[in-house]
Design a protein around this ligand. Structure first.
Ligand SMILES: Cc1cc2nc3c(=O)[nH]c(=O)nc-3n(C[C@H](O)[C@H](O)[C@H](O)COP(=O)(O)OP(=O)(O)OC[C@H]3O[C@@H](n4cnc5c(N)ncnc54)[C@H](O)[C@@H]3O)c2cc1C
Length: 335
């Protein structure tokens, strides 16, 4: 199906964005190929899209063929190394998490409640509460418009990093389906304070189902209600800095948290926004940083992408001035 001049405000959780020239529905390889053929005819780029929960679309009209993935099915296959769960790109991510929990499968319960589709999950290697997609990822299939063929990529081919993958570095292919390897036996990963506190309070987080429900409850406080507010979740990535830079910053901010990762020291940006810059709830016009989690940018009804960009730029400048750290956006731009 193809529609013309569809406001992206109606297709994104920020509820911001001017009309896209064309929106195609992608529910099969044939429909994806049709969208690419149309894009070549009219000389416009193709922008794949799921539920628009990680996109800031520009206010002006967007000269592109938006390809909204809506193929959704889930299958389970027993293998000698676990259960292979295969889901089509348009499947809601949280529907998949619930379906796996209902089967008693371990591995993605900490990723409960993340908005969006299965097809977008590898793009930024979604992660939360000490788990990321890459931990259970097995393979994916994507349509590559350059070669007009379907490619199967394993974990190495996806080049996963922190909120990163080959699909961010080199956009183009459209993810059609994703396979994970989950286990019938497992233990709870409750290293994150929010979850360990629940255990201390006596909650039995002993199955993928109970953990998933606990994570959804914790998230309902950390993130604004999508039914009421426009947001794309965390707007910025947590920065990673060198250990020398971290040591220098600790002289100034002695309680600055830092976690050792392969590339250096990862800093929780929310701590800087909160304790160094006092930006919890910081507002410019119709956009503000969420009171319960300052990494999350919230847009009032009728806010514009220009207003979001202005606030995001102001925040990035303040962080740089106070700490020397240049922060990066997690949210993708459509313009
Ligand atoms: C309230 C809230 C909380 C969030 N919490 C988290 C969190 O805890 N952890 C986390 O990692 N993220 C989080 N996010 C971000 C978001 O949910 C994820 O990035 C999600 O994977 C986006 O899915 P989507 O279907 O909405 O993708 P979209 O926003 O539609 O697209 C995101 C990007 O993926 C590309 N894309 C989409 N589908 C495909 C496809 N089939 N093939 C190729 N490229 C594609 C798009 O072109 C775009 O660049 C949160 C967002 C919100 C609004």
């Amino acid at each position: 199906m193809m529609r013309e001049n569809v406001p992206l405000a109606s297709l994104t959780t920020f509820r911001i964005g001017g009309p896209a020239r064309y929106v195609h529905t992608g529910d099969s390889i044939a429909s994806v190929k049709t969208a690419f053929a149309h894009s070549r005819e009219c000389g416009l780029p193709v922008y794949p899209m799921g539920q628009g929960s990680n996109i800031l679309a520009a206010d002006h009209s967007i000269a592109a063929v938006v390809l909204k993935m809506e193929n959704d099915s889930i299958s389970f296959t027993e293998t000698t190394s676990g259960v292979e769960v295969c889901a089509e790109a348009g499947t809601s991510w949280d529907t998949l998490v619930r379906a796996c929990a209902a089967e008693g499968l371990w591995g993605i319960e900490n990723l409960a409640g993340i908005p969006g589709t299965v097809g977008a999950a590898p793009v930024q290697n979604i992660g939360a509460y000490g788990t990321e997609l890459a931990d259970t990822f097995s393979w994916l299939e994507c349509y590559d418009p350059e070669t007009d063929s379907v490619l199967r990529l394993t974990k190495d081919g996806c080049m996963f990093g922190y909120r990163d993958s080959v699909f961010k570095q080199k956009p183009g292919p459209v993810i059609m389906r994703v396979a994970l390897l989950l286990q019938r036996e497992g233990t709870a990963n409750t290293n994150y304070t929010d979850l360990s506190r629940l255990i201390e309070a006596g909650e039995a987080l002993s199955t993928p189902h109970t953990i998933g429900e606990a994570v959804r409850r914790v998230r309902s406080v950390k993130f604004p209600d999508l039914a009421k507010y426009g947001t794309a979740g965390s707007f910025f990535k947590n920065p990673t800095i060198s250990s020398d830079a971290y040591t220098a910053l600790k002289l100034q901010y002695s309680e600055l948290p830092g976690f050792v990762v392969e590339e250096g020291i990862k800093i929780p940006l929310a701590w800087i926004l909160d304790h160094v810059l006092d930006l919890r709830g910081f507002r410019m016009g119709r956009v503000h940083l969420f009171e319960n989690q300052p990494l999350v940018l919230v847009a009032d009804a009728d806010a514009t992408a220009d207003e979001v960009n202005a606030l995001a730029t102001a925040v990035a400048e303040k962080v740089c001035a106070a700490t020397g750290i240049r922060i990066e956006r997690e949210v993708r731009s459509f313009s």
